[in-house]
Ligand binder design. Structure first.
Ligand SMILES: NC(=O)c1ccc[n+]([C@@H]2O[C@H](COP(=O)([O-])OP(=O)(O)OC[C@H]3O[C@@H](n4cnc5c(N)ncnc54)[C@H](OP(=O)(O)O)[C@@H]3O)[C@@H](O)[C@H]2O)c1
Length: 276
């Protein structure tokens, strides 16, 4: 019997495009460090890279992808519209800029980074146009809690493929997850490791001990078993490998249910709800 592996954890987006559930987030890495970490991640086997115009490392992401020698179609590349680039024409221009900086044939997924008040709907029309013109393989949103979906979906020509939100056992957005599943939108967890701030939680530590895994591995595996995409960031070779070693164990149904009780509404990033 073949052992489960990274390839077993791909999901099909609502437009038929295939996306790995586990990716590398590249917020807060720059220059040589970013190139080296992304190259290492690709060598380890990561095939999804999540960047953003805001992270100012699109050039390095593109460099690492080209240097890796991995065929472009094996890599899933996400970038995002910056907050200062909202609006129809502005978002179209922002996409061109990201494409130029990344310089690697095409972008797989283009996301609205943050639901900027009074502008997000025009931005979404621009993304729809990019998709309809075949300039990008998929479009989606980030930080769209339910009220933002309530606003977007009735008027959208295209349902977002992905909704990237802060999500962890400590911020378990069960209703949003259910809603996204119902709309065939893949939920993608950002800040999935809570930037390490809950790694000392005794409940998490006892699960880690039980499975002989690290707290990070428990949290990431939990997301994968929920069918939630997860994009931990690391620029450290050891932790890049650790965050990828998720395929030789599985969490029991009982412990999945237990993890669902860890919620503390614990946020790293301020809630986007202030944009309503
Ligand atoms: N759409 C949005 O608004 C939004 C907002 C925030 C983040 N994001 C995306 O989500 C990605 C991940 O979120 P994040 O970077 O904010 O936080 P995170 O992935 O929860 O945590 C990253 C931090 O944890 C450390 N770390 C990584 N693996 C570890 C491990 N196994 N053990 C101990 N420490 C570990 C990293 O340090 P080392 O690098 O030293 O390992 C880094 O300091 C971002 O990179 C970005 O792509 C999106």
């Amino acid at each position: 019997m073949l052992l489960p592996s990274y390839q077993d954890f791909y999901t099909e987006l609502n437009n038929g495009v295939s996306m790995p559930l586990l990716g590398l987030g590249v917020y807060d890495m720059y220059n040589q460090e970013a190139e080296r970490a992304i190259l290492q991640a690709l060598e380890i086997g990561y095939r999804l890279i999540d960047t953003a115009s805001m992270y100012t490392n699109e050039v390095e992401v593109g460099n690492a992808i080209r240097q890796s020698g991995i065929p472009r179609q094996e890599i899933f590349l996400t970038t995002k519209v910056n907050d200062s680039d909202h609006g129809y024409d502005e978002a179209l221009r922002a996409f061109e800029n990201s494409q130029r900086k990344l310089n690697c044939e095409y972008i797989d997924l283009y996301l609205v980074h943050w639901p900027i008040k009074n502008k997000r709907q025009d931005t979404w029309r621009a993304l729809e146009r990019l998709y309809q013109e075949g300039q990008v393989r998929a479009i989606g949103v980030a930080n769209y809690l339910e009220p933002f979906l309530d606003e977007l979906l009735p008027s959208a020509a295209i349902v977002p493929t992905v909704n990237q939100v802060e999500f962890s056992p400590y911020l378990f957005l069960a209703n949003l997850l259910q809603r996204c599943r119902g709309e065939r939108i893949v939920l993608q967890a950002y800040t999935p490791l809570v930037r390490g701030e809950r790694f000392n939680d005794p409940k998490l530590l006892s699960l880690a001990q039980k499975y002989d895994k690290t707290p990070a591995q428990i949290i990431l595996r939990w997301a994968l078993q929920l069918g939630v995409s997860t994009i931990p960031k690391s620029a450290n070779p050891k932790r890049l490998q650790e965050n990828f070693d998720l395929f030789d164990f599985s969490i029991s149904d009982t412990d999945m249910a237990y993890l669902a009780t860890f919620n503390e509404d614990y946020r790293i990033v301020p809630s986007p709800i202030s944009m309503l």
